[in-house]
Design a protein around this ligand. Sequence first.
Ligand code: FMN
Length: 503
Amino acid sequence: MSVFDFRAFLDDLDNRGELFRVPVEVDTLDEMGAFIARADYEDIHDPILFENPKGFDIPVIANTVGHTYKRMADAFGVEESNALPGSAMKMMQVLKEGGVPPVYVDPKQAACKQVIMQGDDVDLSILPALRLNPQDGQGTPDLAEGRYFTSLCVTKPTETSHNLSYHRFEITGKNTGTAWIFRGTGDAFSMEKFWGSKIDAPSSSWDHENARPFPMAFVFGVTPEFILAGANSALPHEGDDFAFIGGLRNAPVEMVKCETIDVDVPANAEIVVEGEFRPFNWATQGQFASFNGFYDKPRRRPVFNVTAITMRKKPIFQHVHIGRPLNECNSIAAFFRSVRTFVQVKEIMPNVVDVFVDPIAGCGFTVQVSIKKARIGEPKMAMMRAYTALAGFCKHVFVYDDDINIRDHKERDWALAHRFIPDRDLMIIPNVMGMNIEPMAQGVLGSNGKLGVYDGYPEIPLNVRSFMGVDCTVPLKLKVMDRVVPIPEIESRVDQLWNQVVR
Ligand SMILES: Cc1cc2nc3c(=O)[nH]c(=O)nc-3n(C[C@H](O)[C@H](O)[C@H](O)COP(=O)(O)O)c2cc1C
């Protein structure tokens, strides 16, 4: 059996008592999303299996990866206590060695093809896609129900490569939807190549003669390795993400070709939605609750035409939760932004010790870095590298000495209070690039044409803002009072006492 078998993964969780089964009926409209949010806020980290979604035959699994480093570290084959930098190092090693190429299985053996629906049989309404909040989808003309899915997207940038990603999909009809493909992602580059136009460009740029439909498969029911590879924007766009996944486990991913498009998918997936973005076809998508805890406003998104749905006979629908932080999307994205930032800072500063992107703090907007400071000016270098590592996502960087556990806010606050002096240690850079879905940056400065970043599409909100770096490290060679720190031998004696009194 493949090491990437999703059913075996679930059985394993179940056997270890780590699957949170919900046997009662739960409505996929609003109720299920609120239930997942409740579990997230109650610090329940086990994947949740909704066995009885109201009105659907298909169970729903949420939080496959969840919030802790446990399943992230497992997927990378490193110890949980060393999830970072262990995963960063493993990623670099697998990329360097090229991974393990996928293998193709006979479609008759592929679990994801036990049921095949094409043509008029295609019907997205059989899928228990969630409406996370009553307000979702309210700006969509001819609103269906505001149901979205967040599933693994597979594309083929070249004949020999596969790109994995996530693009939220709003169901707008039996065989149609809209998907949000961020500018700057691998799929946006591919789509621009297929369409021969900018992804959000005005009609003057359309190349009708050479434009081709851009195929994509949405895949449900995969193990954490796939989800993490999909969320990982540090994987090279024209590499083979399936080979990378194979390299993590030293075993090939078993693949099968799609029925109606030139894309390949994991053979034992639960459900596959195949289709294409036909050139120059946009529709309004939204609004919906985004990763940052704000409702993102309705925007123009490419239309997706479903050409087939294939699945197991009794499939499970996989949902990656998004919306009011804290949610699984935040945790996954924060993990990868930590990995990416660590790798990039380490390139110029081998003395970086740790990077922590707190999922609750915009999963990348605020980045904490610790270094073993050796030279004056290094904290500022770390700040700037961390900012650029996240390609405009990052807004604040805090740099600490290596005696500060940057994962503990009490330690961070202590250093901020005692080691940071504003006029000496604060760095603010005005007018840097930010994220276009940051509410505070939108339109603040008026037309961004004046700043020389106008990109031809007037409705894209302004995403220019300032960046702040806060240096919480001790000035080198400055003799300050000694810090009171725990003494390991005494701590272990206290541990023993503690175990006797606290059960
Ligand atoms: C749960 C989740 C939802 C996401 N939603 C979107 C989305 O709607 N659109 C998008 O372009 N990126 C989204 N992302 C981020 C992309 O998946 C991520 O940037 C991706 O790694 C891009 O990779 P690529 O550049 O290799 O294609 C999401 C990520 C996660 C984890």
